[in-house]
Ligand binder design. Structure first.
Ligand SMILES: *[C@@H]1O[C@H](CO)[C@@H](O)[C@H](O)[C@H]1NC(C)=O
Ligand SMILES: *[C@@H]1O[C@H](CO)[C@@H](O)[C@H](O)[C@H]1NC(C)=O
Ligand SMILES: *[C@@H]1O[C@H](CO)[C@@H](O)[C@H](O)[C@H]1NC(C)=O
Ligand SMILES: *[C@@H]1O[C@H](CO)[C@@H](O)[C@H](O)[C@H]1NC(C)=O
Length: 441
């Protein structure tokens, strides 16, 4: 009964979302703008940096449904005190690394804007972001302390190993952070890139360590009809029973994998199973049943995780939850901004409705898969970056995804990015957590 009710609730929400999206769509399409004329791709860009010719981030956010204030399930937020970290027990067995606080720390990031792995839209400092306070915070789990990422130790541990980070542009954002940290020890050598520099591979020769980033925004097979500017001519065709062969064929060569997906599922799409159209999400021009993005998201996660669980993979597989954006007073295409310059406390910012839907499905499907994984001896772990990300509205490029956006005019109209993360920035803490999990997991 509860399940049914919940399901219905999601369906109703989906319908509301679809209506809102339809509205956004029609307004957006009826006028050509200097930005993307397609709701699916918020930040099409011609990269300023010739070394990274293209980077077309994904992801968008269409809804803005106000939500009732939810009680924070844990203890009241602890005030940020500098020495808090030192007094904590080291009972790592019980510690939830994803529940915690951002505490001030004067030591700052271990790399800076000169790291060559940073793609221009994330290089906030080079692009002229005026404030630097956002660099001086560390993620601190509430019940234990974790050390900072130690690049040399990490590389030493990862001799002859291969990591693969598989997903969308947030995954690319993460790989840049990891490369910058590791590059303080040894410069990474790029050994492969696809035509659009979306999938790439690097070697650290002294350690025979390899990192791959694989562009697979849906994880399953998808035909995407978008040009370089993010203009799409056709709905995405999504095959819910076929995993993207860009990565699945290689899994036995990866010792560690981080998979994630998320907001690409909000795009208008036709869903296939057994090569037959099952229905769609937002396809008013077609005679197909609207199934809602939540339908495809759940099916995809279940199929991908079940495949991994049955794969006999001997390494470590992380499933990372999708991360929220912080557009305020509008969305990416309607003048939304993110002007905060410091973190907020837990519970101060509410997760937006779409993120709640995605997250609920992610956690439910992960739990089911994890139970099977432990029976099969597959090491499947959750990387739940939602709470720590939600508390960092200050960590996004905002207008500083462009080079000195206000150089010529204080009032320049610029595209704002409140979804990806500045580098250096809060996403660097993901590596502290990963290191902890690798060392103790
Ligand atoms: C399109 O843009 C023009 C001027 O920029 C504006 O006057 C008009 O209302 C817009 N039309 C729609 C449908 O938004
Ligand atoms: C900052 O973080 C580092 C690394 O965890 C720690 O050793 C140091 O004590 C922290 N500094 C302050 C002032 O909290
Ligand atoms: C950035 O780091 C590099 C290498 O550690 C250093 O040589 C350089 O001076 C730093 N640049 C800035 C702007 O801090
Ligand atoms: C739409 O699909 C339904 C069910 O398959 C079919 O009965 C109907 O004729 C179709 N309408 C059009 C316009 O193709």
């Amino acid at each position: 009964m509860v399940m049914y009710h919940k399901h219905k609730h999601v369906m109703v929400k989906s319908v509301i979302l679809i209506l809102l999206m339809g509205l956004a769509f029609s307004l957006f399409l009826s006028n050509s703008t200097e930005y993307s004329p397609e709701i699916g791709t918020p930040f099409p860009e011609k990269s300023l940096d010739s070394e990274q010719p293209i980077s077309v981030p994904d992801d968008e956010d269409q809804d803005e449904i106000p939500l009732p204030k939810k009680a924070v399930p844990s203890e009241p937020p602890i005030s940020a005190e500098e020495d808090q970290d030192q007094n904590k027990p080291l009972n790592k067995g019980k510690c939830d690394l994803f529940v915690g606080d951002w505490i001030p720390n004067t030591s700052g990031p271990i790399y800076n804007e000169s790291c060559p792995s940073i793609e221009s839209p994330q290089n906030c400092m080079k692009n002229g972001r005026p404030d630097t306070g956002f660099l001086y915070w560390r993620w601190s789990p509430r019940d234990c302390s974790i050390p900072r990422f130690e690049p040399e130790r990490f590389l030493e541990m990862m001799r002859n190993k291969h990591w693969a980070l598989i997903g969308d542009s947030i995954t690319r954002n993460h790989v840049q952070s990891l490369l910058c940290m590791l590059s303080t020890v040894e410069r990474a050598i790029q050994v492969y890139h696809d035509k659009e520099y979306r999938s790439r591979r690097w070697h650290f020769p002294s350690y025979k360590f390899t990192i791959s980033v694989i562009w697979s925004p849906f994880l399953v097979k998808a035909a995407i009809y978008e040009d370089q500017n993010g203009v799409s001519t056709h709905e995405v065709e999504l095959y819910l029973d076929k995993i993207d062969d860009k990565w699945i064929d290689q899994i036995q060569s990866f010792d560690y994998m981080i998979i994630s997906t998320g907001k690409w599922f909000l795009k208008s799409a036709i869903y296939y199973e057994n090569n037959e159209a099952l229905g769609c999400h937002y396809c008013p021009r077609r005679n197909l049943t609207e199934l809602g993005f939540d339908f495809a998201y759940r099916k995809t996660l279940r199929y991908v995780m079940n495949t991994l669980v049955a794969s006999d993979h001997k390494g470590m597989i992380f499933f990372r939850t999708s991360t929220p954006d912080h557009f305020e007073n509008g969305e990416w295409n309607t003048g939304g901004t993110c002007k905060k310059t410091s973190p907020v406390k837990e519970g101060e910012i509410e997760l937006k409705e779409v993120h709640k839907v995605l997250r609920e499905i992610e956690l439910e499907e992960f739990e089911k898969a994890a139970a099977k994984a432990s029976r099969n001896g597959v090491n499947l772990k959750l990387l739940d970056m939602v709470s720590l990300s939600l508390m960092r509205p200050d960590g996004h490029p905002g207008p500083y995804r462009q080079y000195h956006p206000f150089e010529h005019s204080k009032y320049a109209k610029v595209q704002t990015d409140c979804l990806h993360w500045c580098l250096p920035g809060p996403i660097d803490s993901w590596n502290d957590i990963l290191m902890e999990m690798v060392v103790h997991g």
